[in-house]
Design a protein around this ligand. Structure first.
Ligand code: GLU
Length: 447
């Protein structure tokens, strides 16, 4: 059966590179197997979820190259969540509790003081109907806990191999808050069941949830999906990624000019068995991902690695792919492929091509560092047409006339022709600058 996987972010902030990891691992898993991807917005936190963040999730995924096959929103599925909650209540697996946070905290401290694990003591299970009625009369509303079976839940994890959670050591989790809203735990299971999710691939911060959720799947008499828990991306100092690290949001990376392929490569290959390297195509990246080979250690990365990955992708980028983007940068198609081939090796981002177009087309304020060389260059400047060999012939003539060579020859020419002391190979730029502009710049004119 073709897999159906899901990426399930909460629309409470912008996706960052750490979220790109599960998004891509799911998308690539489906892609490699002819499966499908569901985008599920986990928007049960109504106060923090916004329509703007929801839109941004879809935009940012599209930028990464992920177009989900199916879409669901948890807030549209309240009736199904309620039905499942009623079913669990009917089975006695979901029970009402009336403790306030302060009471729970006091109990927790008492347990810790006695050297006991701070597990919820299930006091609410022994409340009589009168006691419950008395709480209700006081205006207390219950929160609802799922009664865990005290057993170990085991599964064969796609990433971690044989895995287990000892549910006897966990507190019964709260599934419904006192205000009637759901925590993510139950709706996630209900949606995974109803939508037919076959594989749940998510961060290892959800391993304990899996122990709980497997028990919920079973209580709802549904088949349990296959689980895989990948390591989380962390910065080099081991700091986890939170929405606070705004500069690593997919939007800011996009605005900074990073290629989606650079972000994809870093988000997926870090902490895998493959070397982190630029992989331009999604299909190739999909063929490289083997969940079973993902490391158990945190996937540490340095955001600066993006620079190197990006540059390498840009340097190898074919003109056909970049042409519309050059047009969007306001670079006319006059020089076409020749311009791109002349400058791409000097670019950290595609957007920087605009700077070099300005150097070609002008106006450039030349720097005449060595008037004698500028004069000799002007006198020996060849007639057009210019080709790839023109630069060599011309600088040979200037060398002969002035005796200057190496840097002493090339730097004054570069400064005069471009106004800058660095840049792409002039053999490629000169034909684009052309004779007229070159002559004027050598004469010290802004052109
Ligand atoms: N909304 C949850 C999260 O972002 C989804 C976890 C899951 O994939 O089940 O952590």
């Amino acid at each position: 059966m073709a897999p159906l996987v899901r990426f399930a972010p909460s629309p409470t902030g912008y996706l960052h590179i750490g979220n790109a990891r599960p998004a891509l691992l799911n998308a690539l898993f489906a892609r490699a197997r002819g499966g499908r991807l569901l985008l599920r917005l986990d928007d049960t936190d109504r106060e923090r979820s916004t329509a703007e963040f929801a839109r941004a999730v879809e935009e940012d995924l599209a930028w990464l190259g992920i177009v989900p096959d199916l879409f669901a929103r948890q807030s549209d599925r309240a009736a199904q969540h309620d039905a499942a909650a009623e079913r669990l209540k009917g089975q006695g697996r979901l029970y009402p509790c009336y403790e306030t946070p302060e009471e729970l905290e006091r109990r927790r401290r008492r347990q810790l003081g006695r050297g006991l694990p701070p597990i919820y003591d299930r006091a609410a299970l022994s409340l009589t109907a009168e006691q419950r009625a008395a709480y209700e009369a006081e205006g207390r509303r219950p929160h609802w806990r799922f009664k865990l079976e005290a057993r170990t839940v085991a599964w064969d994890d796609l990433v971690r191999g044989p895995a287990h959670v000892d549910c006897a050591s966990l507190s019964d989790p709260v599934l419904i808050r006192a205000d009637g809203t759901y925590l993510y735990t139950l709706p996630s299971v209900v949606d995974d069941i109803d939508l037919g999710i076959t594989h749940v691939i998510r961060g290892e911060d959800h391993v304990t949830n899996t122990g709980v959720q497997v028990q919920i799947f079973e209580a709802l008499e549904a088949s349990v999906p296959v689980f895989g828990h990948h390591n989380l991306l962390t910065t080099a100092d081991g700091e986890g990624l939170s929405k606070r690290l705004g500069h690593l949001s997919l939007r800011s990376l996009r605005e900074a000019g990073y290629e989606p392929a650079a972000v994809r490569s870093l988000a997926v290959l870090t902490g895998s068995a493959e070397a982190v390297r630029p992989v331009a195509s999604l299909d190739e990246l999909a063929s490289l991902v083997d969940l079973a080979q993902i490391s158990r250690a945190p996937a540490r990365f340095d955001p600066h690695e993006l620079d190197g990955l990006n540059a390498r992708l840009v340097h190898a980028m074919p003109y056909a792919e970049v042409a519309p983007r050059l047009a969007a940068l306001g670079i006319p198609d006059l020089a076409g492929e020749a311009f791109w081939l002349a400058v791409r090796a000097n670019l950290a981002t595609v957007a920087e091509a605009a700077l070099w177009w300005k150097v070609v087309a002008g106006p450039v304020a030349p720097v005449i560092a060595d008037p004698a060389i500028a004069a000799a260059a002007a006198e020996t400047l060849p007639e057009e047409p210019y080709g790839p060999e023109t630069w060599k012939t011309w600088t040979g003539a200037v060398r002969e006339r002035t005796g200057a060579k190496g840097k002493a020859l090339f730097m004054p020419l570069r400064l005069a022709l471009t106004g800058l002391d660095h840049g792409p190979d002039l053999a490629g730029l000169l034909p684009l600058i052309g004779r007229d502009r070159a002559a004027r710049r050598l004469a010290g004119e802004t052109a």
